[in-house]
Write a protein that binds this ligand. Sequence first.
Ligand code: HEM
Ligand code: HEM
Length: 176
Amino acid sequence: MSTKLSKPTIALHWLTALTFLAVLGMGLYISDLPRTPEKFELLAIHKSLGLLVLVVAAVRVVWRLKEGKLSALSALPRWQEISASAVHGLLLVATLLMPVSGLIMNIAGGRATEFFGLVLLSGGEKSETLASIGSWIHHSSINVIIAVLVLHVLAALKHQFVDKDGMISRMLGRVP
Ligand code: HEM
Ligand code: HEM
């Protein structure tokens, strides 16, 4: 049985990983800035890249549902199989939840939704309740997401360099 990953799986993984990490890093950086024009310029880029994550993540989830779970690289203990599935599931949810909650915050704040200057939705009425729900999700998920991400990357590094099973090589399109 081939353990190779399909090209869409690999491309969608790295596209989401890079854009997600960039948007996450930007969000953390922006939140500490004073309310200057620079902050709002960066926030606009944060929102546009965040919307890109949403589109790529949605395609990825559809692809994952169509293709099914990743083929096992080697026989793993049951607890590792379960925790890997849980971590992957949480990361897939995070890539949808963060942009959706950001979008809710933006729309409920009465602001226009723009993608690099292109107006996708014009600003409308404000809803304080909805805005605070969006803001609560957007801000309170961050620490959990960072913890899960650290776990994910450490597990991948352990497989690649300690167990030497080629897990990262496989995600880079090389036959392990
Ligand atoms: C630079 C950091 C990263 C490395 C080294 C890495 C590495 C990997 C590797 C090796 C796999 C395959 C696991 C296996 O064969 O069982 C994988 C799968 C996965 N990774 Fe990452 N990853 C990184 C960042 C991310 C980020 C930022 C996200 C999402 C926010 C993410 C989400 C996922 C998901 C959902 C899977 C399951 C496979 C899929 O649905 O396509 N990864 N990662
Ligand atoms: C992958 C998607 C996204 C990630 C990972 C993300 C992450 C973050 C992070 C880490 C913060 C800093 C929060 C804090 O330190 O408490 C933040 C703030 C924010 N994000 Fe996002 N975000 C994403 C998408 C979006 C989108 C799509 C929008 C709106 C359309 C948005 C709007 C905002 C706003 C308005 C803030 C508040 C900035 C401030 O502190 O003044 N985000 N985001």
